[in-house]
Design a protein around this ligand. Structure first.
Ligand SMILES: [Zn+2]
Length: 227
């Protein structure tokens, strides 16, 4: 089964093209977000408040590796990057509303949010499993190993689809309505929607990068490791 799945990954030329294309697309999204943040530094939204004053919550300065914001379910802390934490514009309002939504999701439903905090572990496994099982298919070649490999890959894909759903829910089903009810103008909310859609696109593209990278790993195994 995993072998049949890996037929999908057979031609390394198009895999490399798609992989590099996805990386460029992620870079383009990040550029757009940084450009929006930099060009609006001096702007003040119709609410005219920093994230803390706007939402009545304390935001901590995020460590450098976090590009926009993060929510830590272990401590309940919400982080925003230094570049937006003290601004009063639509960029800081949109990203702070998004991170607040993660806090809300956590309070409503702890178990799925816990799964999401293993995002990096599951991503690492998701990239390795196709290659490992592709290898085992050739070495052992038994159906149980193929089936187990298939189930694990599907399980890890499900985790990533859940992560995508969680991000979609935070941005478009919680943050945007919260901004409307807080009194931001419709044009500003539309702007915020564009920003959050660009940020959401990076998640979808990352999932694509993981899948194609897994395919490339499987190709590597086939070319160099399978006797
Ligand atoms: Zn998020």
């Amino acid at each position: 089964m995993i072998y049949r799945l890996s037929i999908f990954f057979q031609d390394e030329t198009w895999l490399i093209v798609v992989f590099v294309g996805l990386l460029f697309a992620i870079a383009a999204c990040e550029y757009l977000l940084h450009h929006a943040a930099n060009s609006r530094r001096e702007e003040v939204s119709s609410i005219g408040l920093t994230p803390s004053d706007c939402w009545g919550r304390d935001f901590k300065i995020a460590p450098k590796r976090i590009s926009w914001g993060a929510f830590d379910p272990k401590t309940g802390d919400i982080f925003l990057s230094l570049s937006i934490i003290s601004l009063k514009n639509i960029v800081s309002s949109a990203f702070s509303a998004h991170e607040l939504s993660h806090d809300e999701q956590w309070k409503e439903n702890k178990i799925p949010m816990n799964i999401c905090s293993y995002k990096y572990t599951s991503t690492f496994c998701l990239m390795l499993f196709p290659a490992i099982f592709f290898y085992l298919h050739f070495i052992i070649g038994n159906l149980a190993i193929d089936a187990l490999g298939f189930v694990l890959v599907v399980l890890l894909c499900v985790i990533w689809l859940f992560i995508l759903w969680k991000e979609f829910d935070a941005s478009f089903r919680r943050a945007i309505p919260a901004m409307l009810s807080r009194g931001f103008r419709q044009e500003e909310v539309n702007d915020a929607k564009h920003l959050l859609a660009t940020a959401f696109a990076t998640y979808i593209l990352t999932f694509g990068v993981i899948l194609t990278f897994a395919g490339l790993l499987a190709q590597f195994v086939r070319a160099f490791l399978v006797p």
